[in-house]
Structure formats: C-alpha cells, structure tokens
Design a protein. Sequence first.
Length: 409
Amino acid sequence: MTFDTAEKILLKYGQEHILAYYDELDDGDRKNLLSQIELIDFSVLENINVENRHSSKRGRFSPLGAVTIEDIEKNREKYYTKGAEAIKNGKVATVLLAGGQGTRLGFEKPKGMYDIGVTKELYIFECLINNLLKVVADTGVYVPLYIMTSEKNNDDTMNFFEEKKYFGYDKNYIKFFIQDMAPSVDFNGKIYMESKSDISISPNGNGGWFSSIVRAGFLEDIKENGIEWINVFAVDNVLQQIADPCFIGAVIDSGSQSGSKVVSKASPDERVGVLCLEDGKPSIVEYYEMTEEMRELRTDDGGLAYKYGVILNYLFSVDRLEEIVSEKMPVHVVKKKIPYMDDNGELINPEEPNGYKFETLVLDMVHLQKSCLPYEVERYKEFAPVKNSVGVDSVDTARELLKLNGIEL
Ligand code: UTP
C-alpha cells in the first residue's frame, strides 16, 4: 500500500494520527506500518456508535429445552452408533479455538501451554489431545484437528506442539491457521499506537474462525475429504469432550443443522450465555442481556426456564457454514485494558480499562442456523474452564475437577 492510499483511508475514518511519525521512520518501519494499515478492517470502528451495537439489535427471546442427560442415557447406544459411524467415515473434523490472549489468566504464553499439573507436567493442550485420543481409541480413526491461532501466538503454539510431539496425536491430522486482527481504540474511537510504527491490534474474536479456515485454503481440504460436520471448541475447558460420538449422533439423529453442548445453570445468576430462541430461531442470550424476569422465569416443574448454559462446544454442518460464510457477524465492542504509546513515546500498561476492542463471537453463528440441538452434559464431567488464575473458573477449580474425574495431576 502506498502512503497516499493509506492517508486517504485514515482520513475517511478520522485516524490520520497513525501516520504522525511517518517522516521519522526508516524504510523498514514505514513499510511495516503501511502493511498493517492494509490489513485492518476499519469498518469495525462504526460499531463504536451505540446504535450500531449488537446488544441494541436483539429480538424477542423465548426459552428452549434440551435433550437432557436422562434422554441421552435412554438413547445412548443409538446416538453412539450413529456418531461413531460418522467419525469412522471421516465425516467429522474438529476446530480448536486458540487465538485468544487469555488476559484474565495472566500467563504470557498461549493458554494451551499452561501447565496445570501438580506433581507432573500436564499442559492444557495435552488435556485436550488426551480427550480426543480417547475417541481415536474407541473408533480406530484419527479425527482431523484444525487449530486456530493468532499472529501473536502462532509460532509459540506450533513450536510447542512440535516440541511435545503433538502429545501422541498423528501430526498429519493436525493443521494450524491464523485468525484476523482488529484495531484497539480509546473511548473516543481513536486507534491506539504501541510504538511509532506499530498499531495496537489484537485478535478479532473467535467468530471469524470459518472465514479464516476458508482463507487459509482448508475448505478444499475439508470438502475433498468429505467432512460434513465440524466440532468447534474452546482451548480453556480441560474436561472438554471433543468429537464426542454420542453428541454427534444425537445431532444427526435429530435432523438439526447444528448442536451445542450445554450444562444446567448452577443458579439463576450464573454468568453464562444461555441457549434459547430469539424471534423463533436458535440464539444465545448473554448473562448481562437477561432481565431479572428472564433469569427467574420457571417452567411448570419449577425448574429455570432459561436453564441451559453454553460451554463453547458446538457442532456445525459444513453445508450451512458455507452458506453463511459471507454473512456479516455482529461486532461486540468490549472494554479492555490496552497498552499504548503516550505523547512522550513511552509504552503505558494501564491498570483500568482505557478503551475498546472489537470482536465477533462464535456464539452468534448459532443464530444463523435454522436449528440447533441443545445437548445436556454433566457439568462436573465436561466443564472445567480455566479463565482466571485463582477463584471462580480458575486453575484451582479446574484442578479439583480433573482430580474428581480421576485424572492424575
Ligand atoms: P475467551 O472469551 O475466554 O477469551 O475465549 P480469551 O482471549 O481466551 O481470554 P481473556 O478474555 O483475554 O481472559 C474463548 C475461546 O475463544 C478463543 C480462546 O482462545 C478460547 O478458546 N478465542 C478468543 C480465539 O480463538 N480468538 C479470539 O480472538 C478470542
């Protein structure tokens, strides 16, 4: 990109300050800055306006029941056989979302490299691979695993897998791809700089995973191999059951376009997104979007009406993903602490949120589906998120849950 084109774009979005130090830079830094400008999707900045925001555009919510643990037990054999058959026929792939920055955990490396072991090494990535290896052992086939990283953690992640010999997984079935980045801005919508030639950018949320897979050229791979279903999951749930034959079988059996693992909420106030209907279509309502009335609403049997929380483990059909790949996802504007360069050229690490980041979220893909099967799982067996270092959803709570499931730490 030339200086003139960059200037034109920046003027349009009121971001000319990005070029303020251009004359002082050497050729390498100039090139670096112009190539960053070229990569940025500036249209996300329009979401700063409150009226453009995701939360102001929600429809009418209503509750949605689930295939319960009891239902699943009754049909386990049927579901298992269907799901295992799909896996054996190579129809299922998995996608690990590992492009996040894990700021709450405060670990400087990719979250999956965190060692959750106590008396021995046990990395988060290793826990996930071990869970997937159980399916390999049961079905006799390796399930393709695509791993999404970001510009910030890709090299560390790839090197780590190589160093650890893919934790015993067949490396021919593991592929990495890099997600897009978005700029970070102050509360007035001005993009922060990290240095005179570096724009403050961060991963743009986990919602762009499929378009990033397509851009990486893996859609051909997926189609040529006859993959029909993709199981997408988060890096931070160490009890995550991936490519679970019963879950896959239940979704296929139901004729649904997609499925989501869910857990019964521990209390009406639990801070999880709830799978429900929005204007009659499947959707996830975030905990902060729920009114008091919705949180407390009961069914005839006294249980919570908005009961089933999502745990970031979804099954999507490739056909539908292809149809929606070019649809615009809602952009979430999130307050964050953003390191920035001040007027003296110093890098400041703020103690409090000082601006916004822009993210699209995989949970919004659910609303683009015609149907989504909520599939209930036992919380203590399948949900041990590592978000924080201590307290709720932390290393401590995840360790307890791993032990409870007989996993040696
Ligand atoms: P979180 O919403 O917990 O975000 O991600 P995070 O960045 O990991 O952690 P915090 O909020 O900074 O503490 C849920 C899942 O989505 C992935 C994460 O790696 C995790 O598996 N993710 C998140 C991405 O792949 N890309 C992103 O841009 C954000």
